[in-house]
Design a protein around this ligand. Structure first.
Ligand code: ATP
Ligand code: MG
Length: 603
């Protein structure tokens, strides 16, 4: 392909609002154009990358006997009412939804569990038709709160979503394991360094779930990892063993103390320097919107008896933080957010900063994080402005509230298994960051039951189908490849997903020897099945060609210049700088390109 025939525009500077490298470089290289927040034109060069990623995704799915299909982007509200997800997605604000001419309501699909379950329900009758795994590569729509970082978090983006259908739980787990391997293969072939982590299942629901995280400091997700055990979990889900609280010493009677203006743990520590942080218990108030149907089903009560909203209070040790995802799951909530100032006043009778477990308004449910276990003689809010209680004991001064794991793992915590079996007693957790490029779930029968997708089993009984679902953010994969592989001069594409395998830079266009040699290299590479981009722009100086070459990051590079008459070219790969440069014959250069493509599995 000749570069002069392409629409190819690069910018000297990235627009100021591009915060991460992949976004900035893609804009500079003309790969992207923003049309609206989180909505982009994928320019031809980027489209080639996306198609290569899709090619790998297809290839690995097809090898695992998955079948490709295509579902509609527009989905009727009725289907989402059947699964019970409409209200949740609307209240989260994720769903693009609108009225139809005839009055019905539809949404632009953010995901496709409903449509596929409905399809399989109509198509599968017998155990003989199972297992099957179906997938599609399609545009998804999500009205994200903060679309940002270019392709990382779009409002319209490309996703591969797959769904497995099985006759039993064990069979579902087998399908899940197969897909886990498919995912490993895909991200390895895309040239990414990644970590599979235990994950929260979020709004999709179901049990087991793992995310595939591309290791990157700019990643939006925090991950808890333990080098000693290989444990890796999204911070939303991670568990740890936390340091024990300091012992209490002398047991004193509970008493109230004036604490004017002390609304933070730090301020309280200044007032009571002898108190260790582990003996301060904070009480945090949240406004909760409940997932009424799910909650009613869980508790076995009528949905009409369940409140839609409410305020809860959660206690937690001073040196620990609460985890809103864990809280949301435990409460069966659609969402939890910090209570407003008015709600705090109504619940505690005090200004913000003095909430505590004793004397809270009766309509506020009280919970505690596991970090309070074993804490004695603690300080807590007095539910009175400028006042705290000291020397409080659970069991003596108040009952310990319902306690569960609501805490956020911190760097330095021990892994849960520390000191058991072969695991060292000091096996600790580090916090790293990553970009979620894939997410796999065991859904169980959540959708098949709510939408009545069943099959007739060997024993002639109707049973719900066991499902799994598996997503990959195809456009996000492209962005994460650049997050991991770039330098100041530009992008560095992993060979298998690069827009072209090879860039040939011609120094002087019109020079007879160079024209002829370039044509020969171009034709031979093309005949060998290698896509080569030939920079034969006449009016562009060599310096500018090299700048563009570095920016667009095609990994293999051949420079044809002065020595063309002697059949010599410069081998000048994108990475390695001057050290990697070599003068070689054109045949050697072709051989190197073909071999590199074959070794990388670029087809
Ligand atoms: P996130 O937590 O990043 O919002 P998610 O958990 O909501 O993502 P899933 O529903 O698991 O996403 O979607 C499957 C995959 O689609 C994700 O692993 C991610 O790679 C990709 N993805 C999700 N949301 C976006 C988005 N707004 N833009 C680009 N890719 C996305
Ligand atoms: Mg996810």
């Amino acid at each position: 392909m000749k570069l002069s025939k392409q629409l190819f525009v690069t910018l000297r500077e990235a627009p100021a609002d591009a915060e991460v490298a992949s976004h900035a470089l893609m804009l500079r290289a003309g790969f992207l154009q923003q049309v609206a927040a989180g909505i982009y034109v994928y320019a031809p060069m980027l489209w080639r990358v996306l198609q290569r990623i899709e090619g790998i995704v297809r290839d690995e799915h097809d090898r695992a006997d998955c079948q490709e299909m295509l579902m509609p982007a527009i989905q009727p509200r009725d289907l989402w009412e059947e699964s019970g997800r409409w209200d949740r997605y609307v209240s989260e604000g994720i769903l693009f939804h609108f009225k139809e001419r005839k009055g019905g309501e539809v949404c632009l699909g953010p995901t496709h569990e409903e449509v596929i379950t409905n399809y399989v329900k109509a198509s599968v009758q017998s155990y003989k038709q199972l297992p099957v795994t179906l997938y599609q590569i399609q545009t998804k729509f999500r009205d994200e709160i903060r679309p940002r970082f270019g392709l990382m978090r779009g409002r319209e983006f490309i996703m591969k979503d797959a769904y497995s259908f099985d006759t039993s739980e064990e069979a579902m787990v087998e399908s899940y394991k197969t897909m886990r391997q498919v995912y490993r293969n895909i991200f390895t072939r895309c040239g990414l360094r990644f970590t599979p982590v235990e994950a929260d299942s979020g709004a999709i629901g179901g049990s087991g779930s793992e995310e595939f995280m591309v290791d990157a400091d700019t990643g939006e997700d925090a991950i808890a990892v333990c080098r000693a055990t290989g444990y890796a979990a999204n911070l939303e889900k991670a568990k740890s063993r936390i340091p024990a609280p300091a012992a209490c010493g002398e047991v004193l009677a509970m008493h109230k103390e004036p604490t004017p203006g002390a609304t933070t743990c730090d301020a309280l520590l200044e007032m009571f320097p002898e108190l260790p942080m582990t003996r301060l218990l904070k009480t945090i108030l949240y406004h909760v919107s409940y997932d009424v149907d799910t909650l009613a089903a869980r508790d076995g009560v009528e949905a009409s008896t369940v409140a839609t909203e409410g305020v809860v209070a959660v206690m937690c040790r001073g040196d620990r933080e609460l985890n809103e995802t864990k809280l949301t799951n435990h409460l069966c909530a659609l969402k939890v957010e910090l209570a407003s100032e008015d709600e705090v006043k109504a619940a505690t009778g005090a200004d913000v900063g003095y909430a505590g477990p004793i004397g809270l308004s009766a309509d506020v449910r009280l919970f505690a994080d596991e970090s309070v276990n074993g804490v004695e003689g603690f300080l807590c809010g007095g539910n009175e402005t400028d006042t705290h209680y000291l020397d409080v004991h659970f069991g003596r001064d108040l009952d310990q509230p319902e306690t569960a794991d609501f805490g956020t793992v911190q760097a330095g915590d021990l892994v849960v298994e520390a000191g058991t079996g072969d695991v060292p007693a000091d096996a600790a957790i580090e916090i790293t960051r990553g970009i979620e490029v894939g997410h796999i779930f065991q859904l169980g029968t959540k959708y098949s039951e709510s939408m009545s997708a069943s099959f007739l089993d060997v024993d002639q009984k109707q049973k719900p189908i066991w499902m799994g679902c598996y997503g990959i953010g195809v456009s996000r994969v492209a962005a994460s490849a650049i997050e991991q592989n770039h330098d100041d001069a530009g992008m560095i594409w992993p060979l298998e997903i690069a827009p072209y395998a090879c860039l040939m830079v011609q120094m002087k266009v019109g020079d007879e020897a160079q024209d002829a040699l370039c044509q020969k290299i171009h034709d031979e590479l093309t005949a060998a099945g290698v896509d080569v981009l030939w920079d034969e722009r006449k009016k562009v100086r060599p310096g500018a060609k090299f700048k563009d070459a570095d920016l667009i990051g095609i990994p293999l590079r051949i420079v044809v210049g002065r020595d063309a008459a002697d059949d010599q070219v410069e081998w000048s790969p994108r990475v390695g700088g001057d050290d990697a440069k070599e003068v070689i014959t054109s045949a050697d250069a072709i051989e190197r390109v073909v071999t590199a493509c074959r070794d990388a599995g670029r087809r």
